[in-house]
Write a protein that binds this ligand. Sequence first.
Ligand code: CA
Length: 227
Amino acid sequence: MPRILIVEDEPNMRVGLTDNLEFEGYEVDFADNGEDGLKKILENKYNLILLDVMLPKLSGFDVCRKARENKNNTPIILLTAKGEEIDKIVGLELGADDYVTKPFSLRELLARIKAVLRRADNPEIKNSAAKIGKLEFDFESYNAFEEGAPVQLSHKEFELIKYLYEHHNRTVSRDNLLKNVWGDVYITSRTIDNFIVKLRQKVEYDVNNPKVIITVHGIGYKLIVPQ
Ligand code: CA
């Protein structure tokens, strides 16, 4: 049974969550402040952490950041307060996997928990992870990370780098990319070049000296994956 740690200082919320999650068959542990929460995260093995942001002693953000700094990759769902839009962005940048906004329905929370656990457990999804230059890609969930922090890519940027990755260490012509990444949409090869520029800014260690996505003059591009 998946083991979940709840870090939440409001007793009603904590008791309600514990009861409901146990009813759903999860094994539940809890902490009522950030300091104890972090200690438990680092000392025990959990499948998932539900982490309130507003906590005594250490905020949920600090707990999240310190857990990741200590190389703990247990999935974290942040419980953020309504109207605190900024919390979501900060939380995801600090390495949280998802968030729910209070007040949330039990049904919504259970759906998020299941989705996060599924992502963490599914070996197929793990295999869809790829290290390309500076970034780690998860092509299944369309996420990219730089040292654990999420990096924003457009859907088309994802499609493009995924296609290049599937054909890595081979030259892919612009015509091929036009046909297979853009389909029937009418674009010029100039558009492709612009997308490559954007991708390079994200994956290359030195944009002025690309080593990851290299240009094959007059033909197209090649994504280099060290063998
Ligand atoms: Ca709280």
